[in-house]
Design a protein around this ligand. Structure first.
Ligand code: HEC
Ligand code: HEC
Length: 360
């Protein structure tokens, strides 16, 4: 009731000020946010949520806002830490109740190029749908959206910002999700050494260049000199991912505790498949895989080299390599592959003040 009176009051003020504008025909006066995505394809920004400076700034505050959690102690950034390319180095992040989640936190960058749903199992359709889930997740922030809105409404700065972004001061869950979507869409990673080499502004060392070949070349048991580890088969394109859900041989059927995508779409062909994650910034985001089972990139490379487990949904390319004796990488090959992976680290991303905590 209190909220209703408040809304009516603000609506009156707004009507007096600007006649009869509603959300749909409201055009933000603020300038369009300029997204730097040099070297990357055109991003998929939803046409009903174009980036504005005010919208991005609001989303950034909400991303770092601890009032989104039950005991006001945790924000999105607690588990999505800028220094780690917006991921968590804990195997399972602890939520407000001190209980661990069930999966390793994912890194958040280049979300605007993700066009096949969100989370390890893709259970969130759009980024805006995803944004409200951790708030309500009992193992994460464990708060109700009604409480979040009530808390934000006590802060005049938020009322002003929602007004500026959406054309009226109402704070609701849809607007919170749109603002978070805007901010997350601005977190672009395109300034790694790899990107600089693509633009002719840097060169790979001999080891990195060998690693690059191993990453992109196909497995070729007939000609070991040309044989690669075929990582780009799945981790391909500008973002080193393929927008698909696959099984990379972590477990045999009987050992699958978490069946990932198979559970979401209720399809046995996807049992034990997970999103193929981007390998950009991979050096900064240990531990690895949906359950954080590997602590180092060396362990990951060993897994692909000779640890692939055969199961009913194992990717057929990896299955055929495994059946032919594995990738047979030498110690030097492994060192070079890891050296190449480290060229995907973007130090400008983790030091960019545009993405840091606005309350500090
Ligand atoms: C307690 C730790 C925690 C908090 C707090 C948290 N997250 Fe996450 N986040 C995770 C984990 C763990 C995953 C992977 C979960 C899964 O796949 O089931 C994840 C996944 C994501 C993804 C999916 C990325 C992708 O590539 O699909 C996005 C986006 C995201 N979180 C945004 C947010 C936002 C926005 C907030 C704040 C409203 C938030 N997170 C709060 C731990 C957290
Ligand atoms: C058949 C597709 C496929 C191929 C080929 C492949 N990967 Fe993966 N990769 C995946 C999938 C799927 C995951 C996520 C698996 C999970 O967590 O259950 C993954 C996860 C990873 C991760 C962990 C990412 C994170 O955020 O935790 C790294 C690192 C990685 N792969 C590196 C490589 C390297 C290096 C190669 C080549 C030797 C390679 N991958 C080949 C599909 C593939």
């Amino acid at each position: 009731m209190k909220t209703l009176i408040k809304y009516s009051f603000f609506c009156c003020i707004l009507c007096l000020a600007s006649c009869s504008k509603d959300d749909s025909d409201y055009k933000p006066i603020d300038l369009v946010y300029q997204l730097d995505f040099e070297g990357l394809p055109t991003p998929n920004i939803a046409s009903d949520n174009l980036l504005t400076n005010a919208g991005v700034a609001l989303g950034r505050r909400l991303f770092y806002e601890t009032k989104l959690s039950k005991d006001n102690s945790m924000s999105c950034a607690t588990c999505h830490v800028q220094a780690n390319a917006f991921s968590d180095i804990n195997r399972f992040s602890l939520g407000v109740e001190g209980l661990p989640g069930k999966r390793q936190a994912m890194a958040i960058f280049n979300m605007a190029w993700n066009n096949n749903e969100f989370f390890w199992d893709g259970r969130a359709h759009l980024l805006r749908d995803q944004a409200l889930m951790p708030i309500q997740d009992p193992l994460e922030m464990n708060e109700t959206l009604t409480n979040v809105i009530d808390k934000l409404e006590t802060i005049p700065d938020y009322i002003e910002r929602f007004d500026e972004v959406f054309g009226s001061p109402e704070i609701n869950e849809f607007r919170i999700s749109l603002a978070l979507e805007q901010f997350m869409n601005t977190i672009v990673s395109n300034k790694s050494k790899y990107d600089k080499v693509q633009l002719g502004k840097a060169t790979f060392t001999t080891s990195e260049e060998r690693g690059r070949m191993l990453f992109f070349n196909q497995f070729n048991p007939v000609n070991p000199n040309l044989s690669g580890a075929n990582c780009a088969h799945c981790h391909g394109g500008a973002n080193f991912e393929n927008n698909d859900y696959m099984n990379n041989g972590l477990d045999i059927d009987a050992d699958m505790v978490d069946i990932g995508r198979g559970d979401v779409i209720n399809n046995d062909l996807y049992r034990g498949t997970f999103k193929v994650p981007s390998l950009r910034n991979i050096e900064l985001t240990p531990p690895y895989m949906h359950d954080g089972r590997f602590n180092t990139l060396e362990e990951v490379v060993d897994h692909y080299n000779n640890g692939i487990k055969i199961s009913s949904t194992l990717n057929s390319t990896l299955a055929s390599v495994q059946n032919n004796g594995g990738f047979q990488l030498s110690e030097q090959d492994k060192v070079d592959l890891v050296a190449f992976l480290k060229t995907l680290t973007d130090y400008e991303l983790i030091n960019n003040p545009k993405f840091s905590d606005p309350f500090n």
